[in-house]
Design a protein around this ligand. Structure first.
Ligand code: PGA
Length: 221
């Protein structure tokens, strides 16, 4: 059975009570499976409480962040340093297109974030908007997320996602795991994970609803 990542990217959506209610509803229904990693990425403020709730419930959910600072700890007002986050998260989504578009995040900043993540023992998950997006050195997990597909209800085709994934494996490394993201939902998720070169899903809108997220995980079991 191939290794799969099912990752919820809540973006800037849930209040802390909503985040904890999601964990309470989803956690008890998830099974620990050796080939599937279920990850939830709350906003920074909710990370600590979400991590605690998962630990107390002993739920098979990994906590990730949606970003981290390109700088080490120090005089960087408003930044979340990887070293600080590493007490709570195992993975960090880096270089999401919403940050590149709305916050002028550059390839260089993404590369610096990867260095910070790795130094702190956090697994970097780098978002690629196309085949051309550079992958910083030492990255083993990426998500192909074409901009036209994000939050639009207009996903890429599974066949095209597979072609992009194969291209990345050929040109970068065949060890890299590639996820697909962009308008994934309960109806189309299986078609993406059935593609041989795709190792999982990065899910925004459809991850907000615990029922729909659980249905997606169940379809991957
Ligand atoms: P979406 O978002 O599922 O709402 O398209 C995916 C993402 O931005 O990671």
């Amino acid at each position: 059975m191939k290794h799969l990542w099912i990752i919820a990217n809540w973006k800037s959506n849930k209040t802390l009570p909503e985040a904890l209610a999601w964990i309470d509803e989803t956690g008890p229904k998830l099974h620990l499976l050796s080939n599937i990693e279920v990850v939830v990425c709350p906003d920074f403020l909710s990370i600590e409480e979400v991590a605690k709730r998962i630990k107390v419930g002993n739920f098979p959910i990994i906590v990730g962040s949606q970003d981290l600072s390109p700088h080490p700890p120090g005089a960087y007002t408003g930044e979340e340093a990887a070293k600080v986050l590493s007490g709570f998260v195992k993975l960090s989504i880096l270089g999401h297109s919403e940050r590149r578009q709305n916050l002028s995040e550059t390839d260089e900043m993404v590369a610096n974030k990867v260095v910070q993540a790795k130094n702190a023992g956090i697994l970097p998950l780098v978002c690629l908007q196309s085949k051309q997006t550079p992958i910083p050195d030492g990255v083993n997990l990426v998500a192909y997320e074409p901009i036209f597909a994000i939050g639009t209800g207009n996903p890429d085709t599974p066949v095209n996602a597979q072609d992009v994934a194969k291209h990345i494996k050929t040109t970068y490394s065949d060890q890299v795991e590639i996820l697909y993201g962009g308008s994934v939902n309960r109806d189309n998720c299986k078609a993406f994970i059935d593609q041989e070169a795709i190792n999982g899903l990065l899910i925004g809108t459809a991850s907000l609803n615990p029922q729909e997220f659980l249905e997606i995980v169940e379809k991957c079991w």
